[in-house]
Ligand binder design. Structure first.
Ligand SMILES: *Cc1c(COP(=O)(O)O)cnc(C)c1O
Ligand SMILES: [Zn+2]
Length: 400
């Protein structure tokens, strides 16, 4: 049993309503469970495979879910990078290992299942790329059509390829992500499509399981959880989920929620450093990390609370720092991620170097998407392959 509750005025909405924002004040909604009716134990969860649906008692879906077996992503100990920074317990949760190659799949298995549960016939989203790839894939699995709006020319190649191949109706608009989101929101309200951006509270329900898994894999609560921040849905989701584990008595402390943005797209980091009550949108966000190129983060209100309530922080890193960390993860740890994902670890590097954290902290960085999502940015950073004549002598001469 759950209700949708406005995080601002507390207005309540029934679980059968198709609604994205509070009808009274326009603020965000969140799923609230009736904890008296939730009957599950840690032991019961532990007996199930490490996958997202292990946690079904804390998810809103009551029908058979639309699933591609998302979740259960690896948690890697970053030994080499950690040693260089003096951090013994630095981990990366590799969300690029989900079915479509990003954590968006956690939101979509729940979101598309809810679309069917609510009787919706078509799903839609605006996207910097990964949301569209994931939505296309889950809509295909569900057998329903999907419509995705992308900012023209600003989406990494692999993501467009996925959305197209999985059969979404892909529309590139001459405008940025924030504009695409306004447009798709209007479209959904007007035409009755189901909106699956992270304003949709069910998306965040799926994404909160990143935190559940990290705790199960570590065998305890980390001191800090670090996430790249675009629309700020994921950091809000992980925080919400861990709060629920506290309510259930499964854990007794919260990690410091830490958000990392790109220098050219950092409204959340600014709001934290300047102690603003809310974020001031950035009209022209720019960064090579296209997945976090967002000037008006939809979930900012939730994210600021998450960060402040846990004594966390938000900071920004430059595109150069992001790309350098993408290479370090790839070459020193064997972890292949897209640029936005490297931002979380780049943020920790900066905090460690500037003395902004305790080096004994147990830190989990969420790395959000796979290396192959953005092959063009990778190729531009690397030496091209050495081309030689097809004989052994040439081969030996280039290897010498
Ligand atoms: C969506 C996405 C983000 C940003 O997540 P938000 O929930 O929008 O803050 C970061 N990295 C990657 C790879 C993404 O796809
Ligand atoms: Zn309200």
């Amino acid at each position: 049993m759950f209700r949708l509750v406005c995080i601002n005025c507390g207005a309540e909405y029934n679980q059968n309503e198709v609604i994205y924002r509070c009808g009274k004040c326009g603020h965000l909604l969140a799923v609230e469970y009736d904890f008296d009716t939730i009957d599950v134990s840690r032991r019961e969860w532990d007996s199930r495979p490490l996958k997202l649906w292990r946690y079904k008692e804390l998810l809103p879906v009551s029908r058979e879910p639309v699933t591609l077996q998302e979740g259960g992503t690896p948690l890697y100990h970053l030994k080499t990078i950690g040693e260089e920074l003096g951090l013994k317990e630095l981990y990366a949760k590799h969300e690029g290992m989900n079915p479509s190659g990003s954590f968006k799949d956690r939101g979509m298995t729940v979101g598309v299942s809810m679309a069917l549960q609510l009787g919706m016939k078509t799903v839609a989203c605006a996207s910097t790329g990964n949301t569209s790839a994931s939505l296309a894939q889950y809509a295909a699995k569900a057998g329903i059509p999907s419509v995705v709006l992308l900012p023209a020319g600003k989406v990494a190649l692999g993501k467009v390829a996925q959305a197209l191949m999985h059969g979404a109706k892909v529309i590139a608009i001459r405008g940025n992500f924030d504009r695409a989101l306004e447009m798709v929101h209007d479209l959904c309200i007007k035409e009755g499509l189901y909106l699956l951006n992270s304003v949709n509270p069910y998306r965040l329900e799926g994404q909160k399981t990143i935190g559940f898994e990290a705790i199960d894999q570590l065998g305890g609560v980390p001191d800090r959880m670090v996430l790249p921040v675009g629309n700020a849905g994921n950091i809000s989701a992980v925080h919400k989920g861990l709060g629920e584990l506290i309510k259930l008595g499964f854990i007794d402390s919260m990690p410091m929620m830490t958000g990392v943005q790109a220098e050219g797209s950092r409204p959340v980091a600014d709001a934290i450093s300047k102690k603003l009550p809310e974020v001031i949108p950035d009209k022209n966000p720019e960064t090579i990390a296209t997945a976090i190129r967002i000037g008006a983060p939809v979930n900012a209100e939730k994210a600021l609370r998450a960060i402040r309530e846990t004594n966390g922080t938000a900071l920004s890193v430059t595109d150069e720092e992001i790309l350098a960390m993408q290479r370090d993860l790839a070459r020193k740890e064997g972890v292949g991620v897209e640029p936005a994902s490297a931002a979380s670890v780049a943020g920790i590097k900066k905090m460690a170097e500037e003395g902004l954290l305790d080096k004994d902290e147990r830190i989990v960085c969420v790395v959000t998407g796979h290396l192959l999502k953005d092959p063009e940015t990778v190729i531009r950073q690397c030496e091209p392959p050495t081309e030689i004549d097809a004989d052994l002598e040439s081969l030996l001469s280039v290897l010498r």
